[in-house]
Design a protein around this ligand. Structure first.
Ligand SMILES: Cc1cc2nc3c(=O)[nH]c(=O)nc-3n(C[C@H](O)[C@H](O)[C@H](O)COP(=O)(O)OP(=O)(O)OC[C@H]3O[C@@H](n4cnc5c(N)ncnc54)[C@H](O)[C@@H]3O)c2cc1C
Length: 390
């Protein structure tokens, strides 16, 4: 990357507000992505695979459950976790999704709501990437409204028996452990379901045109019998899964800016070298206007992510503020990706360049972890006091 591009990517000098440790974590993640992911990811996307061995490599770098304390987790601050998410998603949203699900959706509930035995049994191996986790909340008939879930868990002696279907579950087909949310007589509760449990199976969702370098699956629970100690003891109600989503959404605030940065850098570089009408594309005012709009939204998005990160580290960040970050940054990242695609012309639609892959991935990011409409309603309620969900 030339000096001018490097300057443009950090135009407002946001990096100057990072500590040495935060920068070191960002640089190490970026190196991993540049060396291990960038050369291969278009092929993974094309073939629709997520190489399972990446789990251990991410674990060795300390990137799984990195914002959690103890049990083999790195225990870094929220800003470092965000910067790592940004660098992973600069590679591919599927890679960041893997790390988000593992750390924030599977490990976080065990760390926060699990028993001491559950923490010791699962967390160190999950931090190392030896055990892959997934998070089953969405169902075929309940997406934006997960409280309506049908998956149930009933007591049978001291055992639990689970029935139901979870849909669109990231990592489902490669997971060794599913955190499944089910309705009980005592409200919604979280269950730890190891692969191999009789009555539990998964089926991968094929023919996705987005997040192809990520496994997405259906989880099927058919009289799936679990011992009494499979339930997370410390939480009841929708508060459990929603608190996990807030953790993961925070990572997306940063991650989406990684995808946007790659698209912006690609478009800037392309505009400088592609000649039409005897001039580089960068010399046309219309192209400059596009690049400047991208620059502004990328820089504002980074500032927003850092601001929310500092609030999270100070313990003051609210779920509604996370919604503001998710809504804004994913929306703007998608706009940046689409605009970058236009600058690349026909080259913008091939996997030879990263832009269409990021644009397609961001369509999923816009939908999962709360759609843009749901985050709009969350913010609408926060500022008007009136809920408009139903
Ligand atoms: C690639 C991928 C990976 C995923 N990974 C996971 C995972 O790991 N675990 C998991 O549990 N889930 C996962 N999901 C599911 C995801 O969280 C849901 O898709 C999401 O919550 C939306 O639900 P839905 O698709 O059923 O859409 P619906 O809820 O049917 O919504 C369809 C449309 O209607 C809009 N809408 C719904 N209600 C309202 C309303 N009240 N007002 C206005 N508009 C409304 C929505 O915003 C959306 O635009 C994943 C999804 C994808 C695509």
């Amino acid at each position: 990357m030339d000096e001018r591009t490097a300057k443009a990517l950090d135009f407002l000098e946001v990096a100057g507000h990072l500590s040495e440790e935060e920068r070191a974590i960002q640089d190490a993640t970026r190196r991993f992505v540049d060396e291990r992911v960038q050369p291969e990811v278009a092929g993974w996307f094309e073939r629709g695979v997520f190489p399972r061995e990446l789990a251990k490599e991410l674990g060795a770098l300390g990137l799984l459950g990195m914002h959690l304390d103890g049990y083999g987790c790195a225990g870094v601050n929220a800003v470092s976790y965000g910067l790592a998410s940004l660098e992973l998603e600069a590679g591919d949203s599927g890679l960041r999704s893997f790390a988000s699900v593992q750390g924030s959706l599977a490990m976080f509930p065990i760390r926060r709501y699990g028993s001491e035995e559950q923490k010791q049994q699962w967390l160190p191996r999950m931090a190392a990437g030896e055990v892959v986790g997934c998070f089953g909340l969405t169902e075929p008939d309940f997406g934006s409204d997960p409280a309506g879930m049908r998956t149930s868990a009933r007591r049978d002696g001291s055992d639990w028996v689970l029935n139901g279907t979870k849909m669109w579950i990231t990592n489902g087909g490669i997971a060794d452990l599913a955190v499944v949310w089910a309705r009980t007589d005592d409200g919604v509760r979280g269950f730890l379901v190891p692969r191999g449990t009789p009555g539990f199976s998964t089926r991968d969702i094929e023919r996705k045109l987005s997040l192809r370098a990520s496994v997405t699956s259906e989880l099927i629970l058919d009289d799936c019998r679990l011992p009494a100690d499979a339930v997370l003891p410390e939480v009841r109600g929708m508060r459990g899964p929603l608190s996990c989503l807030t953790e993961a959404r925070y990572g997306i605030v940063w991650g989406s800016m990684g995808a946007a940065r790659t698209c912006f850098a690609t478009a800037l570089d392309y505009a400088g070298s592609r000649v039409q009408f005897g001039k580089p594309l960068a010399a046309f005012q219309l192209t400059q206007a596009k690049l400047v709009d991208m620059l502004l939204e990328l820089q504002k998005g980074l500032l927003l992510a850092l601001h929310l990160g500092r609030m999270k580290d100070a313990g003051t960040l609210t779920p509604e503020q996370v919604s503001a970050g998710k809504l804004n940054n994913v929306r703007e990242a998608l706009e940046i990706a689409r605009t970058a695609r236009t600058i690349l012309g026909a080259n913008g639609v091939t996997l030879e360049y990263p832009v269409i892959r990021h644009a397609n991935n961001l369509e999923s990011v816009l939908t999962y972890e709360g759609t843009s409409e749901i985050h709009t309603l969350i913010l609408g309620e926060a500022i008007t006091g009136v809920a408009a969900f139903s």
